[in-house]
Design a binder for this molecule. Structure first.
Ligand code: UD1
Ligand code: CA
Length: 455
């Protein structure tokens, strides 16, 4: 049968103590709800319905990149009520999987197993917890058949001792939800319409409710406050680091690497402490990343080295390049093979040719640089006239002396030579020397000023 997925995300999340809707708080750089939506889409459902309430518009905007059918639950009258709001849009001949927007790390295989068991009757994902406090407890008959779920607040003392809990994840033929949900009542401690009540209604009609167990506790942990969010974040990061180490990456300290996006590494990559990876980053063979680097949407070729304290964004670094320490590579930077960017160098929209060097204290923006160029310390491309940006083109084998100012638009042809301290405003032709600075004058017999008056 066709699968449709309903994700509940209307709750306020008051324990986050935040103006941001709970499901928009991020885990590994992505909103909690986005994790759930991505997992859901991975199951190839016919439709994904997300029920929103608090901050609904903000939530929809944050996930506008995904194909989602949004359902608004005006008042949060309970999980059962929430699913009921989505049902009119669900095909009656489908199987429905219900997920929570604040339970981000459920494994696709676990969900596939549950859905497989829910083709004819409801099925529930349960877990055994050492500390089941706060969760709905699973009630079973002496023979072990599921009877229903009792919420923590409605449970008797002996029911509270039960350690098997409702994870909240449930699947059933759409027809079952359509049949049982309108019968659910709200005569409980919280005055809410509880979704798990559909299970006892099914059992009352002699149906058998299947259960399956989650693989690990991490899969079913929900986020209610920032401490739980942090616990999930650390666990998630540990898991990513472990997986990278399995793939042949050396990590100085798994607790001091944060990947907020995707990191793909070839063999023998080495990553030092306090590195933050954002967006999509790909590192080639034997790449080393020094301590305290931030890499966002970066591709790095084989054998390149990024030294400590470098900040690199939307950049391509060729094979065998070296970057940093203290380099800032901004969007649109492309380093060809063997290029070197040293300390306190900023680049933006710049192509640096093979084996070219910008080693110290420079700004290279809106620039096309050929191979074998040497840029002296303190060189600045003046790319902005206050209104427009202009490009600087530098041919191969060019030498730019220290503390030069290159006023764009400007072209320095192959093997051009700019004397140190020059301000260059006109094109430099092939192999020319350009000098643009006050001529030095030496004055012989010059008297230093003496001290005036005084004692
Ligand atoms: C729920 C379950 C409980 C289970 C636990 C697992 C019910 C009645 N209880 O309890 O058995 O052990 O999850 O974490 O289902 N939501 C809405 N609209 C509403 C109410 C809730 O969209 O009107 C959403 C919330 O945003 C949240 C999810 O449903 O994503 C769960 O709601 P919550 O209030 O956190 O339920 P729990 O009390 O944790
Ligand atoms: Ca909850």
């Amino acid at each position: 049968m066709k699968l449709e997925i309903i994700i509940l995300a209307a709750g306020q999340g008051s324990r986050m103590n935040s103006s941001l809707p709970k499901v928009l708080h991020t885990l590994a750089g992505r909103p909690l709800l986005e994790h759930v939506v991505r997992t859901a889409l991975g199951l190839h459902p016919a439709a994904v319905h997300v029920v929103v309430g608090h901050g609904g518009e903000q939530v929809q905007q944050a996930l506008s990149a995904y194909t989602i059918h949004w359902v608004v639950q005006e008042r949060q009258l309970g999980t059962g009520h929430a699913v009921l709001q989505a049902l009119p849009a669900v095909a009656p001949d489908s199987v429905v999987l219900v997920l929570y927007g604040d339970v981000p790390l459920t494994e696709p295989a676990t969900l596939e197993r549950l859905v497989a068991r829910a083709q004819q009757a409801p099925a529930l994902l349960t877990a055994i917890l050492d500390d089941p406090r706060g969760y709905g407890r699973i009630l079973r008959s002496a023979e072990g058949a599921l009877l229903g779920v009792v919420e923590d607040r409605d449970a008797t003392a002996s029911q509270r001792d039960i350690t098997e809990i409702n994870t909240g994840v449930m699947a059933a033929p759409a027809q079952d939800f359509m049949r049982y949900l309108p019968q659910v009542r709200n005569d409980n401690q919280q005055g809410e319409y509880y979704l798990p009540d559909v299970l006892s209604l099914a059992v009352a009609e002699g149906r058998v409710v299947a259960t399956s167990r989650a693989g690990s506790e991490l899969e079913i942990l929900g986020v209610n406050d920032r401490e739980q969010l942090n616990r999930l974040e650390r666990e998630y990061q540990r898991r990513q680091a472990r997986e990278l180490m399995r793939q042949g990456v050396s990590i100085a300290d798994a607790a001091r690497l944060d990947i907020r996006g995707t990191l793909t590494c070839a063999q023998d990559v080495s990553i030092d402490v306090n590195v933050v990876i954002e967006g999509e980053v790909r590192l080639g063979r034997r790449v080393t990343v020094g301590p305290n680097c931030v890499l966002r949407d970066v591709v790095v070729g084989d054998g390149a080295t990024i030294h400590a304290m470098s900040h690199v964004q939307e950049t391509e670094i060729g094979a065998a390049c070296t970057v940093g320490p203290y380099a800032r590579l901004r969007p649109g930077t492309v380093l060809s093979e063997g290029a070197r960017i040293g300390n306190f160098v900023e680049t933006k929209n710049a192509r640096i040719g093979a084996d070219s060097k910008v080693n110290h204290l420079s700004y290279i923006g809106d620039c096309d640089m050929g191979p074998g160029v040497n840029i002296g310390a303190g060189t600045i491309t003046c790319n902005y006239d206050g209104v427009n940006k202009h490009r600087t083109t530098i041919g191969q084998g060019v030498f730019v002396g220290s503390n030069s100012t290159l006023v764009a638009p400007l072209e320095i042809a192959d093997r051009g030579f700019v004397a140190a301290g020059s301000t260059i405003t006109r094109a430099v032709e092939n192999s020319e020397l350009a000098v643009s600075r006050a001529r030095q004058r030496n004055i012989q017999g010059w008297q230093r000023p003496g001290k005036q008056g005084g004692d």
